[in-house]
Ligand binder design. Structure first.
Ligand SMILES: Cc1ncc(COP(=O)(O)O)c(C=O)c1O
Length: 413
């Protein structure tokens, strides 16, 4: 769904009903990309936005996606509306791949299309009164607070990461869950925590699930990196299957196909709700349909058709799984290369945290001043909290990036 806002100021108007509007600063990551695109420096490096790039720094259309596109155009594509809840084949294939075919029949599900986190928020807002609190890890993906506070939820951050140890602060996590207001919602990054790259171990996930169950907390999974993190979809879906399958908990799961299928601009996602009763599944499905109708009427079709083709055809699904291995392996090798260059150039400080982390991002632990200097003096662009998209590194720029970081740190020490 594309919504364009065009503001025209009319000099002949003396009064405006918009006097009380506030200026909202542009989104930091999108603004950084715009700045990068304007930069004429030939060796500039963009490590800001989390988009996969191949070994030459170019966007990569997955071979499985290319094949699905060919099949679809051979079949003859049309541009008809999808049903309000989205393409049924896509929704069924998504549920199967996320939950695994064994788990699927045993749980009640309602499913819907794109804008998954927002749709989840809309549903949770009408299902619980008074409005539950939402616990959000700190740090987190930059959009979480915005999505839920704009829906009227009170969002409470809890300490997820310890900047001293540069690791997950699991004790603080447990303590938050033990003391959380019962029936609240907790945002869980299913894997590849953005921005820290630090996930709980399987044992820690078990403890988290138990604590949440005991306190009747509702797990809302944000799952944007399944299969993209480790290269193994089942491994990355571990936490979701633990909560929904083993622990038999009700849960919301927000799936994105932006990263793991490279369908960024096609806006393909799915909100999945596991409920305890069939009646709740039927009723929530009908509510999702009503909410979706008033939001986007019906979700975009093209990307959903591609994703459904990829997941629904055995050979294409195998190709997709291999594509995820290609992407995650290249990211892992670049993470290692950056680490090794930083060590060999004698970059001040310890860098072990970089290779302990996993997924698309590296959380470097640099000060905002160093981040700014890297951009201004070396044309290396990264998020203000020093999160880098490792996918932006390649054999042609990783040494330059490591050298720039090293030089910046040495100059300022
Ligand atoms: C944790 C997390 N959730 C959700 C998303 C959103 O993905 P989409 O592009 O499908 O909206 C992202 C994308 O960066 C993300 O990192």
């Amino acid at each position: 769904m594309t919504t364009l806002t065009t503001t025209v100021s009319t000099p002949w108007t003396e009064e405006t009903r918009f006097n009380k509007t506030r200026f909202i600063p542009p989104d930091a990551i999108f603004a950084l990309t715009a700045e990068y695109l304007q930069d004429p420096f030939p060796r500039k490096v963009n490590l800001g936005q989390g988009t996969y790039r191949d070994g030459e720094g170019n966007p990569w259309v997955l071979p499985s996606v290319n094949r699905a596109r060919e099949t679809l155009s051979a079949q003859g594509l049309n541009h008809e509306y999808l049903p309000i809840l989205g393409l049924q084949a896509f929704r069924e294939a998504t549920a199967k791949v996320v939950l695994g075919s064994e788990l699927l029949p045993s749980r009640r599900l309602s499913l819907s299309g794109t804008g998954a986190l927002h749709l989840a928020g809309l549903l949770l807002r009408v299902c619980q009164s008074p409005l539950p609190k939402i616990y959000i890890p700190e740090p987190t993906w930059s959009n979480h607070h915005q999505v839920f506070s704009s829906l009227g939820f009170s969002c409470e951050s809890f300490k997820y990461y310890d900047h001293e140890t540069r690791d997950l602060d699991i004790e603080s996590y447990y303590s938050t869950l033990r003391n959380a207001e019962p029936k609240s919602i907790v945002i869980l990054h299913a894997c590849a925590h953005n921005p820290t790259g630090c996930d709980p171990t399987k044992e820690q996930w078990r403890e988290i699930a138990q604590l949440m169950k005991a306190r009747q907390l509702f797990p809302l999974f944000d799952a944007a990196y399944l299969g993209f993190n480790s290269g193994n979809y089942d491994e990355d879906a571990f936490a979701i299957r633990l909560f929904v399958g083993e622990m038999k908990m009700e849960a919301g799961i927000c799936i994105s196909f932006a990263k793991n299928m490279g369908l960024y601009g096609e806006r393909v996602g799915c909100f999945m709700l596991a409920t305890d009763t069939k009646e709740a599944a039927v009723n929530t499905q009908s509510m999702l349909e009503m909410l979706q109708r008033s939001e986007v009427s019906n979700p975009p079709a093209f990307g959903a058709k591609i994703a459904s083709q990829v997941m629904g055809m055995k050979d294409l699904k195998e190709m997709w799984f291999a594509d995820m291995v290609t992407m995650s392996s290249r990211i892992r090798s670049m993470r290692k290369a950056l680490y090794e260059h930083l060590i060999s150039f004698g970059a001040p400080g310890s860098w072990d945290h970089l290779i302990r982390q996993s997924g698309m991002f590296g959380f470097l632990g640099l000060s905002p001043e160093i981040v700014l200097k890297l951009k201004d003096d070396y044309h290396v662009y990264m998020a203000g909290n020093s999160r880098i998209s490792i996918a932006g590194l390649n054999p042609g720029n990783v040494e330059y990036v490591a050298r720039s970081i090293t030089q910046c740190l040495k100059d300022s020490s």
